[in-house]
Unconditional design. Structure first.
Length: 95
């Protein structure tokens, strides 16, 4: 499928891109090649292939949940750049 100059301009406008004529020519060839490849893929017989959401098996890799000693409030606040009354003090983000 060969895209016209006008087709590429329209696609660029939809993507809010300002392209030079040289870029339109170059991207038009590249996009046309991509669309041609999709046309080739459409010819493949995929009737026997089940639909999948992912080609990778889904499994979570997690460590065992083992209880351990937690940090004390003083140990945690020791790394705080600013603290007040046993709490982190941060700059206000709203007026």
């Amino acid at each position: 499928m060969s895209l016209t100059h006008k087709d590429v301009e329209h696609i660029a406008e939809l993507a809010k891109l300002k392209l030079t004529d040289e870029e339109i020519e170059r991207y038009g060839k590249q996009l046309s090649a991509i669309l041609d490849y999709f046309e080739e893929l459409k010819q493949l017989d995929t009737d026997e292939i089940p639909a999948t959401a992912s080609v990778l098996s889904l499994s979570n890799v997690m460590r065992e949940d083992e209880p351990h000693q937690t940090l004390t409030r003083d140990e945690i606040l020791a790394n705080a750049p600013d603290q007040e009354n046993g709490q982190f003090r941060v700059k206000a983000i709203l007026d």
